[in-house]
Write a protein that binds this ligand. Structure first.
Ligand SMILES: [Zn+2]
Length: 170
């Protein structure tokens, strides 16, 4: 054994899939906020809309973000980084929980590798991340965006990015 891995990111809880209806109302609110901001996604190239929301640890304010594409591709930003950059620019750097909403028919859309590292920057402790599917037809039909039997992946930044890089020098 070595002490050299003792500060590594290790998840507090294993991933699981639950129903939307079984979640705490504050988590349902966060997922709904991510669903709503997703409608603003600027995605003229891929058409792949993503919404994200993070709740501030102090005060509980929700910061939302959508993905923003660019003709030159590289300058684009994912929804998670949009949301976190908004929060940081408002003076908030500690988060209790996050949510990500997108839609692929047969798979949950989890944060990309770059966003995992970006979230990790603000995770002194593990941050739970809830991932659900956003069904656009419900918007046009003016239905509830998320239903009680919808599946939700409950993961966390340390599940998504274990043994991750961070500098311990401040
Ligand atoms: Zn990303």
């Amino acid at each position: 054994m070595t002490h050299l891995t003792k500060n590594f990111a290790r998840p507090e809880k294993a991933e699981e899939v639950v129903t939307f209806g079984s979640l705490d109302p504050s988590i349902q609110q966060l997922l709904t906020a991510a669903f709503q901001v997703r409608q603003r996604a600027y995605v003229p190239y891929s058409g792949f809309k993503v919404g994200a929301a993070f709740r501030a640890k102090v005060g509980g304010q929700i910061f939302t973000g959508c993905n923003v594409e660019n003709a030159a591709f590289t300058p684009g930003s994912c929804a998670e980084r949009t949301a976190l950059a908004k929060a940081v620019s408002e003076g908030v750097t500690e988060f209790s929980v996050g949510a990500v909403l997108a839609y692929e028919p047969d798979v949950f859309t989890t944060p990309c590798g770059v966003c995992r590292q970006f979230i990790r920057e603000f995770a002194d402790e593990d941050i739970p991340i809830y991932v659900a599917q956003a069904i656009d037809a419900r918007i046009t039909a003016e239905e509830e965006p998320l239903r009680s039997d919808d599946p939700v992946l409950c993961t966390s930044i340390f599940n998504l990015l274990p043994s991750s890089f961070r500098t311990y020098r401040k």
